[in-house]
Unconditional design. Structure first.
Length: 159
């Protein structure tokens, strides 16, 4: 398997991040809003690809506040799923966050997103709470958000 290349990016890559977000997670992140997020101090924004790729296959965006990093999103296009792209992005975010002084990583995930839950649990996250009916689906139904956390003290283990 070809290894994933994970690279930090800045505001000039906002359109790519917004496009992958829309294709993988859906609505809500315009290019302008992504540009503002990426420009915030302490934001970690990464794109992942393989050397043969024409365009990035996945992204991660995390926001740091003090000793806590909030993993806002990881999105991976279908061609990168179950191929290690999400794991590479998660490992890179956790490593960069720890090096920047974060002590804990927080995230939320839709209760029905089995693939994402498996990724986060395998990455050392544990569920600590729920936000009932947090996500609204296009069909009008609501889905709980599960809250996960992971300490970042010490060395970051391989995910």
């Amino acid at each position: 398997m070809t290894p994933w290349r994970v690279s930090p990016v800045g505001p000039r890559h906002a359109a790519v991040v917004a496009e992958i977000h829309d294709a993988t997670i859906g609505g809500g992140w315009s290019v302008a809003s992504v540009t503002r997020l990426i420009a915030l101090p302490g934001t970690i924004t990464l794109l992942a690809d393989r050397p043969k790729d024409i365009a990035p296959t996945g992204f991660a965006l995390a926001l740091m506040a003090g000793e806590v990093i909030d993993l806002a999103a990881i999105g991976v296009l279908p061609e990168g799923r179950r191929a290690g792209c999400g794991r590479a992005l998660l490992a890179a975010v956790l490593t960069r966050a720890a090096l920047a002084g974060a002590a804990k990583c927080l995230l939320e995930v839709a209760a029905d997103n089995e693939d994402a839950k498996a990724l986060y649990i395998s990455g050392g996250f544990a569920q600590y709470g729920t936000r009932p009916a947090y996500y609204q689906r296009p069909d009008g139904t609501r889905q709980d958000a599960l809250l996960f956390a992971r300490p970042l003290a010490g060395a970051i283990p391989e995910i």
